[in-house]
Design a protein around this ligand. Structure first.
Ligand SMILES: Cc1cc2nc3c(=O)[nH]c(=O)nc-3n(C[C@H](O)[C@H](O)[C@H](O)COP(=O)(O)OP(=O)(O)OC[C@H]3O[C@@H](n4cnc5c(N)ncnc54)[C@H](O)[C@@H]3O)c2cc1C
Length: 382
């Protein structure tokens, strides 16, 4: 593209965009990292950074400051007020505040050479022409564009008319409670049909929320207020916020030509656990690698097939999760699953290993999956 200001425009500076920007900048591309927000900015999220996410973050961004994280090593599985089981020690999960975490990742991308265009809305967004104009009038262009602008992606809307299929969107509500962290991570397995509730300990407080798939958003607030009251929290004393999760289906074709979608913009969230940070980082990295390769061969339009090949293992993993979600959240099977979970230490460890990102769905394999299904159907622990 003659006279382009950059080689790559990355729109969105969350984990996906920062991962794309740092990967491309380190490969020598001229990268513009664009976000409407000024960082640090809030992002509604449980902030659970799994072992998988830590590995990807370390590989892409290098070491991160340890004070970003609070390590949780015990978990209470609950069903409403009843404790089903407590696992301690449990596979560790690092808990973070997204404002600080995302700001640290973005700072690494800028330090690696990506040019900072954060704090500006897009006045014009024409990704297929490789062109955007910022609200302050600056025009930026590049032969490849990565849309990492979250669940309501403007880039995806420009390509496909809508960012996500509303029928597959999940929804979650959360509050932040400052103060001392609780002793355990708590997972309320029956807070919602097709979802769960969480109470995540943080260095300076807790994040509590409920969320899932196929939820009736209108009904959620009243349900959440009851859930908070059951925990001794007056809903009037906290600020309740809601956000969509693209956990129902990943986009079959994550982009078009030289425009690639990464992270939530591509629908890459686990439908069982709600985990999205790991997939955002990995897909951002993979999108940038595809951009680098397409530009090296002088064919920016090849970026999409190169990206799709690299993204296939992620899409396969999320496909497996979607299959398993039908079992885990099936209204007839869930009570049996909870009985097995309550009785079996082995099952609790496996569940937490999945949740903490120590194990992939692929590691379950068809035989183990059938074993799980059999035990759940019989409602037996062993
Ligand atoms: C309530 C809740 C709890 C969650 N808990 C967890 C959890 O514990 N662990 C986990 O792994 N995942 C969790 N997730 C999922 C996780 O938050 C997302 O999957 C993850 O943030 C995706 O990263 P991203 O970079 O794709 O998008 P985002 O983090 O959403 O970043 C997108 C960026 O794009 C910018 N942007 C948007 N529109 C524009 C525009 N038009 N122009 C310029 N910039 C734009 C935004 O300002 C933002 O900075 C949770 C999600 C929710 C809603």
């Amino acid at each position: 593209m003659a006279g382009a200001s950059h080689d790559l425009l990355v729109i969105g500076a969350g984990p996906a965009g920062s991962a794309a920007a740092i990967t491309a900048a380190q490969a020598g591309l001229r990268v513009a990292l664009i976000d409407k927000a000024v960082f640090p900015r809030d992002k509604l999220c449980g902030g659970g950074v799994t072992g998988r996410a830590c590995r990807y973050a370390q590989a892409v961004f290098g070491p991160l400051p340890q004070d970003l994280f609070h390590t949780s090593r015990s978990v209470r599985f609950a069903s409403g007020p009843a404790t089903l089981a407590r696992l301690a020690p449990a596979p560790a999960i690092q808990m973070t505040m997204r404002s600080a975490f995302d700001a640290a990742l973005r700072a690494k991308a800028i330090a690696a050479g990506a040019e900072d265009f954060c704090g500006q809305r897009l006045a014009v967004c024409d990704p297929e022409a490789g062109h955007v104009t910022l609200a302050d009038g600056r025009a930026l262009s590049a032969p490849v564009v990565i849309g990492a602008d979250g669940v309501h992606s403007q880039v995806a809307r420009r390509l496909f008319g809508r960012a996500q299929d509303p029928a597959t969107l999940g929804f979650a509500l959360e509050v932040e409670l400052p103060g001392r962290p609780g002793p355990d991570t708590e997972l309320d397995m029956t807070a919602l049909p097709y979802g769960y509730g969480w109470d995540f300990p943080k260095a300076q407080g807790r994040t509590l929320g409920i969320g899932g798939l196929s939820v009736d958003e209108k009904d959620m607030r009243a349900r959440f207020e009851l859930w908070l009251r059951a925990r001794g929290i007056d809903p009037a004393s906290v600020r309740i916020k809601g956000h969509h999760l693209p956990s129902g289906a990943s986009r079959a074709v994550p982009g078009r030509g030289a425009v690639l979608l990464a992270g939530d913009a591509a629908g890459l969230v686990d439908p069982i656990t709600g985990e999205g940070i790991a997939w955002a980082i990995l897909s951002g990295q993979r999108a940038a690698e595809a951009a680098v390769e397409a530009l090296a061969i002088g064919q920016p339009g090849r970026a999409l097939p190169l990206y799709q090949r690299r993204l296939e293992p992620v899409r396969q993993e999320l496909r497996r999760a979607r299959l398993l979600a039908r079992l885990v959240y099936h209204p007839m099977l869930q009570p049996r699953l909870l009985r097995v979970l309550a009785r079996s230490d082995h099952f609790q460890r496996r569940y937490m290993a999945l949740l903490a990102g120590e194990m992939d769905y692929a590691d379950l394999g068809p035989r183990r999956l059938l074993g799980v299904a059999w035990r759940v159907l019989r409602g037996r622990a062993a």
